[in-house]
Design a protein around this ligand. Structure first.
Ligand SMILES: [Zn+2]
Length: 136
């Protein structure tokens, strides 16, 4: 029979496998332009990809947070108002805290899982399961 320490070692080494994979996610700053009364975020697909979340979900979040309507068009997000990019960056940062970053270890290697109607961030780096409080 394995000792507690051995089991702990084993669990730790299993967790360690995915370590290092978190370094790749440096959220890109929004790139885009304002034309008329619309704001075009041209690197939107890239941002969603980095966060490893559905672009439609991120778009929905931004629309709610910024109180504006919009749509995903190819890899772009079009928001029907004039927006300052720093405002959008701030909201994307908020999204990553609500839906991506593990509150236990601070890494972005999470997946969203749903159990009994409650959504959780399941961390692939440390194994923590944290309920998502934000309702979208
Ligand atoms: Zn974690």
């Amino acid at each position: 029979m394995e000792s507690y320490e051995q089991l702990l070692d084993k669990a730790y080494s299993q967790v360690k496998v995915v370590e290092g994979s978190s370094e790749r996610c440096e959220i890109p700053k929004v790139e885009g332009n304002v034309t008329g009364n619309n704001t075009f975020i041209t690197n939107f697909a890239q941002i969603a990809d980095c966060l490893r979340r559905d672009p439609q979900h991120l778009a929905k979040f931004l629309q709610k947070e910024l109180a504006v309507s919009g749509r995903v068009d190819g890899g772009r997000l079009i928001l029907k108002t004039k927006l300052n990019s720093s405002k959008v960056n701030e909201k994307i940062e908020k999204y990553s805290h609500e839906f991506v970053i593990c509150p236990v270890c601070g890494k972005p290697d999470t997946e969203v899982i749903s159990e009994k109607g409650i959504k959780y961030k399941h961390c692939l780096a440390c194994g923590a399961k944290s309920p998502i409080k934000y309702h979208l």
